[in-house]
Design a protein around this ligand. Structure first.
Ligand code: GDP
Length: 478
């Protein structure tokens, strides 16, 4: 018999309620050892008038616990007869539960003291402390979730933006599993065909032609590639799109941050060179999490503090998904601008020609030539002009200018993308052999490898150590 496990399922700290979760065969008997259900009776007349006077309330102790009904009562340490907390408990009978086992949840007051005491009591009465992720691991081992769905639970808990939450929820509901299954089914068809041709060559069966095999494998390869391609967007959805704002002092970097933040956070000043350190702000643009990195400006300086800031700007510049360069459109390009323009060079960048309200002096044509891959937007960030265009361009860049995928399947997990890359490489080996007209048994080996790599994603062909690794990333109580 599996141990019955228990843990605090809610975040530590102060809260209205905190929940202790128990899972396993002993759940109900443990609950009975620590919980005293109480039914409160209120005089009929008072109930109808919604009056709850203490003197009109009487109690019956020891109500039976009913499956899936929240029951009021006390947690009592029967060794000392001390009441530990006033709680609501629920017993959920297997198999339709989170872990598929019997589950009990005790809603305590959300204080660390109460949760610790109730948990200790539950442990004393036969439960074992759950390991991080053990509830979800049981859901996986008992077949209720596949591995991608279990991993989605971590992503859901950690989601910081609407979009990453949506993607994780889609994955929990099986969106990725469905795509993987579809590809594996197609691979299985090919494997069956190959096996039959190899093992029963004399039977009257459809013979595999290399041409048909090649076509089918290439089609499958495209499907895998599509998933791999979604990983860039997937990473951004999960971790945020890093935008480094660069430009010489006083061009409007802080004002842009403020406009995007829609609140005054960075300090706007008229004195050049005052934004010394880098500032990172997490914002959401069109549901996409974006990390705005305001830099000290890349320019020559003797000031040491400022120098450090400038080094940092160069760093964030190199790590960024997008460089957003601001130039003052009301002035000609200065030497300082030129230096930054040189660094941007051939990179993909968003270039704002700012302060157009003051009149355009800057020579935009020359700028286009110097930064051929940049997208230019004319703005007056001080009064919000052009902000919409900036947001639109950022959205386009995140989705690679492709039509926004209607589904929610994005690869957001490194384990998945590594396995997809391995699967693709195995499949490409198979494709090459088909092209060379190699023997079917060699081709079969690589098609099988592809099938197995994909199986690892959903957890069908996966080792215990990988399962442990996946669940070790969970927090306690999940
Ligand atoms: P930073 O040093 O690059 O961060 O620049 P700031 O955002 O601090 O802006 C410097 C000055 O330029 C401030 O006085 C802003 O109000 C002003 N400014 C920023 N954007 C615009 C704009 O679009 N038009 C005008 N006229 N002034 C602006």
């Amino acid at each position: 018999m599996e141990d019955t496990i228990a843990a605090v399922a809610t975040a530590y700290g102060e809260g209205g309620i905190g929940i202790i979760r128990i899972s396993g065969e002993e759940s109900l008997s443990i609950l009975n050892k620590v919980f005293q259900p109480i039914k409160k009776h209120i005089e009929k007349n008072d109930v109808e008038k919604y009056i709850f006077k203490p003197e009109s309330v009487s109690m019956t102790i020891g109500e039976p616990i009913v499956n899936r009904r929240l029951t009021y009562g006390h947690i009592i340490d029967y060794h000392t007869n001390q009441v530990i907390d006033e709680v609501l408990s629920v017993y959920m009978k297997a198999p339709y539960t989170y872990t598929t086992e019997d589950v009990v949840e005790i809603n305590c007051h959300g204080s660390i003291v109460s949760l610790r005491k109730v948990l200790e009591l539950v442990l004393k009465n036969g439960a074992r402390m759950a390991e991080p992720g053990e509830f979800t691991k049981r859901a996986f081992l008992n077949g209720r979730l596949d591995l991608t769905q279990a991993e989605a639970v971590i992503d859901l808990i950690k989601a910081k933006s609407d979009k990453s939450f949506d993607v994780a929820l889609g994955q929990l509901e099986g969106a990725l599993s469905k795509d993987i299954k579809q590809i594996r089914d197609l691979l299985m068809d090919e494997l069956v065909g190959l096996t039959v041709n190899l093992d029963y060559p004399d039977e009257d069966i459809e013979e595999i032609t290399y041409e048909k095999l090649l076509n089918n494998l290439l089609q499958i390869n495209d499907m895998i590639q599509k998933l791999i391609s979604s990983a860039d967007t997937g990473r951004i959805i999960k971790e945020g799109f890093k935008v480094a704002i660069v430009g010489k002092p006083n061009v409007g970097k802080s004002s842009l941050m403020n406009a995007l933040l829609k609140e005054t956070r960075a300090i706007v000043t008229d004195i050049p060179g005052t934004t010394r350190d880098t500032i990172v702000e997490d914002i959401t643009i069109k549901n996409i999490p974006v990390k705005l990195i305001d830099t000290a400006g890349i320019h020559d300086t003797e000031d040491t503090v400022e120098k450090i800031g400038i080094e940092k700007s160069k760093e964030s510049f190199n790590e960024a998904d997008l460089v957003l360069l601001i130039l003052d459109g009301s002035q000609p390009v200065s030497e300082e601008d030129e230096n930054i323009i040189k660094i941007v060079g051939n990179r993909r960048a968003l270039v704002l020609i700012n302060k157009i309200d003051l009149g355009m002096v800057i020579d935009e044509q020359t700028l286009h030539e110097k930064m051929p891959r940049a997208i230019f937007i004319e703005t007056a960030v001080k009064d919000g002009r052009g902000i919409n265009n900036i947001e639109q361009e950022i959205e386009n860049l995140v989705y690679n200018g492709e039509v926004k995928q209607s589904g929610n399947t994005f690869i957001t997990n490194v384990r998945h993308s590594n396995l997809l890359v391995s699967a693709k490489s195995a499949l490409e080996d198979a494709v090459n052999m088909v092209r060379l007209g190699e023997a079917l048994e060699f081709i079969e080996i690589d098609v099988k490898r592809t099938f197995e790599f994909l199986g690892e994603i959903v957890g069908e062909t996966v080792s215990d150590s990988i399962i442990d690794e996946v669940f070790s990333r969970f927090c306690l109580g999940k």
